[in-house]
Ligand binder design. Structure first.
Ligand SMILES: Cc1ncc(COP(=O)(O)O)c(C=O)c1O
Length: 382
């Protein structure tokens, strides 16, 4: 009798152990299938691997599949996190910046890159010094100041002006180095760490997320890093059409389509704002940068998007899809719709969703919020 009791007890112990192993395995499988993100050891490890989301409204209206690569999901709110981290990492690899020792990162930026640099400097133990045009949106300025960056506001000016924000940043970094300090000028326009990180991460992510099947890619061009890196990666593998969405006043449209870097606002006396005459922030330029140059051969076409269309598209996406985006994403969406009509039903297009509308409340969205919420896509594209 005692022996039977013991056998039962042993059997029950074995069964309980098997149940425990089975439940752990099921739990592991569920976690794996749900893609539960693993624990990260620092904010910098949250950069990249951004989601891809179907823009239902635009897809339904065009018969295409139009997806947004959600770069606004990076911890610093834009694709510039990737660039800032790569620039710092490359400086560390060269021993110019050393973790645990004082060091500065200088940059000239109209906003997003500065925010990413300021965030990462805090995370990695450095200090950020950001020069920017004094008409940059208040949200970006407030963010930079809240992150503790040293902010140097300068008048919007042409790149040949020594006080233009990129030149101002370079000078500030040189002055620090002359005084014996440690620091780098991030130089996002010319620094090839920029396109390389998009070639090494953003491009492969899009390719994988789309199962290698896409017909079109749409991005704007500020430094050119995103469009160069992603399109170079894609073109080496597939024949997707690459479209550069350009705001009014920028020279890329003519450069890509006609080989001349010129916009008619360059004409004496017609330009209202230095640099690029648009409400759209972050994209559009009137000079060729190294990062643009690297990928220019991959860009098939440029589509010019006027501010009025960008504003209407931003409101449309917000109301129809709950996609609350900034101005450069809105121009990408307008260009994606035009491309979808060109490529025809069933085509698969990815556009870059650069940053959130919350970065643009006081300028772009101040106008976009007044657009009728019942606006149709036809009215957006008029
Ligand atoms: C909001 C926003 N969108 C798009 C871009 C353009 O990206 P890229 O510099 O890689 O051309 C930038 C660049 O600063 C930006 O700030």
């Amino acid at each position: 009798m005692a022996l039977m009791k013991k056998t039962w007890k042993d059997t029950l112990t074995v069964i309980s152990a098997l149940i425990a192993v089975y439940s752990s395995w099921k739990y592991y499988q569920a976690a794996r299938d749900n893609d539960t993100p693993p624990v990260k050891k620092g904010i910098e490890q949250l950069i990249g691997n951004t989601p891809l989301v179907l823009i239902k409204s635009l897809s339904k209206a065009t018969g295409a599949e139009i997806y947004a690569k959600m770069e606004l999901c990076n911890p610093g709110g834009s694709a510039k996190d990737r660039v800032a981290y790569n620039v710092i990492k490359e400086a560390e690899e060269k021993g110019i910046l050393v973790r645990g020792e004082p060091g500065w990162v200088f940059e000239g930026t109209s906003g997003s890159t500065g925010i990413s640099i300021a965030l990462l400097c805090n995370a990695l133990g450095y200090r950020a010094h950001i020069s920017l045009p004094d008409d940059t949106s208040n949200e970006k300025l407030a963010l930079l100041e809240s992150l503790g960056a040293t902010v140097n506001k300068v008048k919007p000016a042409s790149i040949v002006d020594p006080n233009q924000y990129v030149n101002a940043a370079k000078r500030a970094s040189e002055e620090l180095i002359q005084r014996g300090g440690k620091g780098i000028f991030a130089d996002q326009f010319e620094n090839e760490a920029n396109w390389r990180i998009h070639y090494g991460t953003t491009g492969p992510e899009i390719f994988k997320q789309m199962g290698g099947k896409l017909d079109g890619f749409v991005a704007g061009c500020g430094t050119g890093g995103t469009i160069a890196g992603v399109s170079k990666f894609l073109k080496e593998r597939i024949s997707a059409r690459v479209v550069l969405a350009d705001p009014q006043g920028s020279g890329f449209f003519n450069r890509i389509n006609y080989g001349v870097m010129y916009d008619k606002v360059e004409k004496e006396g017609t330009r209202r704002r230095h640099q690029v005459d648009t409400m759209v922030e972050g994209v559009g330029l009137n000079r060729i940068t190294r990062n643009f140059e690297v990928g220019e051969y991959c860009v098939d076409e440029s589509i010019r998007v006027p501010d009025t269309q960008a504003v209407k598209m931003a409101k449309f996406l917000s109301v129809q899809d709950g996609l609350f985006v900034g101005s450069s994403t809105a121009i990408n969406a307008v260009a994606a719709v035009k491309l979808a009509k060109d490529l025809g039903p069933g085509c698969r297009i990815v556009l870059i969703a650069c940053d959130s509308g919350s970065r643009h409340l006081s300028k772009f969205w101040k106008i976009a919020k007044n657009v009728d919420r019942d606006i149709t896509l036809n009215e957006v594209m008029e």
